[in-house]
Design a binder for this molecule. Sequence first.
Ligand code: 13P
Ligand code: SF4
Length: 318
Amino acid sequence: MTHHDTEVGHSIDELLLDDAAIAEQVLKIKDERNAVILVHNYQRPEVQDIGDFTGDSLGLARKAAETDADVIVFCGVHFMAETACILSPGKVVLLPEMRAGCPMADMADAPGVLRMREENPGAMVVSYVNTTAEVKAVSDYCCTSANAVPVVEAVPSDTVLFVPDRNLAAYVACRVDKKVVAWDGFCPTHENITPTQVIEAKEAHPAAEVIAHPECRGEVLDLADHIRSTSGMLDAALQSDAEEFVVATEVGMLYPLGLAAPGKHFYSPSPEPLCPNMKLTTLSRVLWALQTLEPRVTVPEETRVRALGAVERMLALG
Ligand code: 13P
Ligand code: SF4
């Protein structure tokens, strides 16, 4: 067996052909269903390639709100599909792999947020979009990594309860003139990126600038030249004069960065930060979802309406 062969005896070329054939079927049935495929920047490259739109949580929420498709296929994680349900009632929202959750979103629950409110009278709740619909339903505003600072700034209270990411909360707290009380949650993928890993990557690529996601720990953000949402990273790479970048976020981000700035070089810290949930969605799963219109994500109407308030207040800020 050569290194071009897999253990089950298929050549890599055959497997690629399979992918191409599946992608062709996906695009055909997508038109028949009047479906739109929304894809997060961390998804597998072949899934990004079949998307109508690839982006960060904010961009994806905006697309979900404005689409006139009948079916939204969400290639991302559960809270993203829920946000699409919140914004687009009446549409079928498919999450091709129902096990694709977000451990950080699961760290916060609505009763806990209500308790936090009771302990901090007069404070308003800003929940990161990485939350369940139930948590959004007991929040005043929603935000994403792209707009967390302006949203917290705009909230009409001097104290803000920020749920669930303590790292994003600390990043915001240094940039606003308010008290920020943080929920004690975090993203395991970003929490595991250490300053030493980033310094080692910098030593291997001395000319590189560091781009980091604000879900990283403060000690990692201190080493960053640019702190951006995933789509913001594309702008940072394009606008910078640097030719090389160490990218402190989930490794899937290297694919859209390479497409956006083909002449530049992007490196992950080692070991590569991986979000296993983001990698669960495959081309075959997308095809199966379009064929069967399952699995669907739904949000009970009462929860949806209350959660919509928080999401709409965010979107209204522009
Ligand atoms: P973005 O909104 O920046 O794409 O981040 C989403 C996410 O889950 C990062 O881990
Ligand atoms: Fe959640 Fe982190 Fe995965 Fe983003 S990278 S979906 S925050 S676990």
